[in-house]
Design a protein around this ligand. Structure first.
Ligand code: AP5
Ligand code: MG
Ligand code: ZN
Length: 216
C-alpha cells in the first residue's frame, strides 16, 4: 500500500498515521519528524530547516525532495509506505510522481483529512508529545492519564516549538495557499478520498481503514 496523508496542521495526520502504518505494516514517513530529528541532532539539514519551521513557513522544496527520495529507496519501503506531510506543494507532488515512475510503483490513495479551521488551532496548541517514544496526546481531547507523563513509556511530554497560536495560524495560511492545490492535483488523477477528521480519533481510523480495505 502506497499512501499519502493530506490535511492541514492539526488535522490528525500523525495520529492516524500510527494506526494505518501498523495495520498495513508499512513505514510511516513524516517529513516534519525527519526535520525535528535533524534539529535535535544539530545536523546541517536541521540548521537549515529550523528557521523556516520556527516561522511556520515551508522548508524549500529542494531540501525536502531529496530526503524523501532517499528514504523511499530504503528496503523497508519495498512493499509500501505512508507519507505524512509530504508532498506539500505542486512541485513536490511532481517530483514524487517522477521518483515513483523511476521506481516503477504507483500510488494507491491520497487520504484527505478534513477539519474546520477553527478547530485546528485548539488541536495544535493543546498537543503534547512524548520525548521517549513520540506518542501524541492532547490536553483535552486525548490526555495522558498522568499529567505530563506518557502512558506508553513513562517519558515526559513536551510541546513543539511551532505549536503556539501565532505560528499555528501562519502554518494554516501556508497550508491554504501552498498545499490546498494538491487536492485538485490528486482529484484529477482519481487518487483522492476525503475523510471526516472531526469525529473521534478511533472513528476516523475506522473510516480510513475500511475505505482502504474496500478500495473505494
Ligand atoms: P509537520 O510536522 O508535518 O506539521 P503539520 O503539517 O503542521 O501537521 P501537524 O503535525 O501539526 O498536525 P497533524 O495533522 O500531524 O496532527 P496530529 O495527529 O499531531 O510539519 C512541521 C513543519 O515542518 C512545517 O511547518 C514545515 O516548516 C516543515 N515541513 C514538513 N514537511 C514539509 C514539506 N513536505 N515541505 C516543506 N516543509 C515541510 O494531531 C494534532 C493534535 O490533535 C494532537 O494533540 C492530537 O492528539 C489531536 N487530535 C488528533 N486527531 C483528533 C481527533 N479526531 N479529535 C480530537 N483531537 C484529535
Ligand atoms: Mg504531524
Ligand atoms: Zn512515550
Amino acid at each position: 500500500m502506497r499512501l499519502i496523508l493530506l490535511g492541514p496542521p492539526g488535522a490528525g495526520k500523525g495520529t492516524q498515521a500510527t494506526t494505518i502504518a501498523t495495520e498495513f505494516n508499512i513505514p510511516h514517513i513524516s517529513t516534519g519528524d525527519i526535520f525535528r530529528y535533524n534539529i535535535k541532532e544539530g545536523t546541517e539539514l536541521g540548521k537549515k530547516a529550523k528557521s523556516f519551521m520556527d516561522q511556520g513557513l515551508l522548508v524549500p522544496d529542494e531540501l525536502v525532495v531529496e530526503i524523501v527520495e532517499d528514504r523511499l529507496k530504503k528496503e523497508d519501503c519495498e512493499n509500501g509506505f505512508l507519507l505524512d506531510g509530504f508532498p506539500r506543494t505542486v512541485p513536490q507532488a511532481e517530483a514524487l510522481d517522477e521518483v515513483m515512475d523511476k521506481m516503477n510503483v504507483a500510488l494507491n490513495k491520497v487520504i484527505n483529512i478534513q477539519v474546520d479551521k477553527e478547530i485546528l488551532v485548539e488541536r495544535a496548541v493543546g498537543r503534547r508529545i512524548c520525548k521517549g517514544c513520540g506518542a501524541t496526546y492532547h490536553i483535552k481531547f486525548n490526555p495522558s492519564s498522568t499529567i505530563d507523563q506518557c502512558d506508553k513509556c513513562g517519558g515526559s511530554l513536551y510541546q513543539r516549538d511551532d505549536d503556539n497560536e501565532a505560528t499555528v495560524t501562519r502554518r494554516i495560511d501556508v497550508y491554504l495557499n501552498e498545499t490546498m492545490p494538491l487536492i485538485e492535483y490528486y482529484e484529477k488523477r482519481g487518487k483522492l478520498t476525503a475523510i471526516d477528521g472531526q469525529q473521534h480519533i478511533d472513528k476516523v481510523a475506522e473510516d480510513i481503514i475500511s475505505m482502504l480495505r474496500s478500495g473505494k
